[in-house]
Design a binder for this molecule. Structure first.
Ligand SMILES: C[S@@+](CC[C@H](N)C(=O)[O-])C[C@H]1O[C@@H](n2cnc3c(N)ncnc32)[C@H](O)[C@@H]1O
Length: 236
C-alpha cells in the first residue's frame, strides 16, 4: 500500500472531501467538466474509474450510459461510492500499487482522476491499466500540473515527494503527500506502460467558478493547476 493521507482514509474527513469536492472550484468547476469533455460520449462503454473517491465521476459516467467499475484504496471512500452508486456500478476496494483483480481487455476506457500523483512508481498501475484495456481503448488521466508542483520541489527533473496540507476539509489543514514528476517523465512513463499519447489538455475554468470562489477563480484563470493526459492502449 502506498503512503496515505487521513483525508481519504478517515471516515469523517472522507465525508468532508466528498461534500467539498462536489461543489468546489478545483473539482466541480475545473477538473470534472474538463475530464468529461475529454471523455466525450461514453454510452455503452465499459469504463474503469480508478481512484473513484466518493464516486462523482462514476455517477456522471453511469448517467451518461457507461457500464462502470469503480475502485479506490480507501475503505471509507469505497463505502461512500457504494452508497451513492448502489447497484448502478460495481465498486471495489483496491490499491493501484498492486495487481488488480480484474480481467484482461475488459474496458474501453480507464479514467484515473487526480489519483496517480499519490503513487511514487507509476509503472505498476500503468501496466495494469494497459492490461485491462482493450487494444485501442483510452486512458484519461488527470494529475497536478508539474508547473505547479515545480514550486514545491528542489529539482524539476526528479520524481519528488511533496509534503503538502489541504485546507477546506477540516478546521486544521490536513497533511497530504503526493509526487511531482516532470512532463518528460509523465510522457515516458505512459509510453513505457504501453500507451500512445493522443493529447495533453490544460483545462480552463467553467464560467460559474467565480460564483464558487472568486479569488481562486481569478488565480486559476491565468495559470495551470491540473494536467489531463489522453492516451490510447497501443499494440504490445
Ligand atoms: C483527490 S481524490 C480524487 C478522487 C476522484 N477521482 C474525484 O475526482 O473526486 C484521490 C483518491 O485517490 C485514492 N487513492 C490514493 N492512492 C491510491 C492508490 N494507491 N490506489 C487506489 N486509490 C488511491 C484516494 O483514496 C482518493 O479517494
Amino acid at each position: 500500500m502506498s503512503e496515505r493521507s487521513p483525508l481519504y482514509d478517515d471516515p469523517a474527513l472522507a465525508r468532508a472531501y466528498a461534500r467539498v469536492s462536489a461543489a468546489n472550484v478545483y473539482n466541480a468547476a475545473y477538473e470534472r467538466p474538463a475530464m468529461h469533455e475529454v471523455l466525450g460520449d461514453v454510452h455503452g462503454l465499459d469504463v474503469l474509474d480508478a481512484g473513484c473517491a466518493a464516486g462523482e465521476h462514476s455517477a456522471w459516467l453511469v448517467a451518461a450510459g457507461a457500464c462502470v467499475v469503480a475502485l479506490d484504496a480507501s475503505a471509507a471512500m469505497v463505502g461512500l461510492a457504494s452508497e451513492r452508486l448502489g447497484a448502478a456500478a460495481r465498486v471495489l476496494e483496491a490499491d493501484l500499487a498492486q495487481p488488480l483483480a480484474l480481467p484482461d481487455a475488459a474496458f474501453d476506457v480507464v479514467l484515473c482522476s487526480l489519483t496517480l500523483h499519490y503513487l511514487e512508481d507509476w509503472h505498476p498501475p500503468l501496466r495494469e491499466f494497459r492490461r485491462v484495456l482493450r487494444l485501442g481503448g483510452r486512458l484519461v488521466v488527470s494529475v497536478h500540473h508539474p508547473f505547479v508542483t515545480l514550486g514545491m520541489v528542489g529539482d524539476y527533473h526528479a520524481v519528488q515527494r511533496v509534503d503538502d496540507a489541504f485546507s477546506n476539509y477540516a478546521e486544521e489543514p490536513i497533511p497530504v503527500r503526493y509526487y511531482h514528476r516532470s512532463l518528460e517523465r509523465i510522457v515516458a512513463d505512459l509510453r513505457a506502460g504501453g500507451f500512445a499519447i493522443s493529447a495533453l489538455h490544460e483545462p480552463r475554468l467553467q464560467a460559474d467558478a467565480d460564483v464558487r470562489d472568486a479569488e481562486l477563480a481569478a488565480r486559476l484563470r491565468t495559470q495551470p493547476w491540473f494536467l489531463i493526459v489522453e492516451a490510447e492502449a497501443a499494440a504490445r
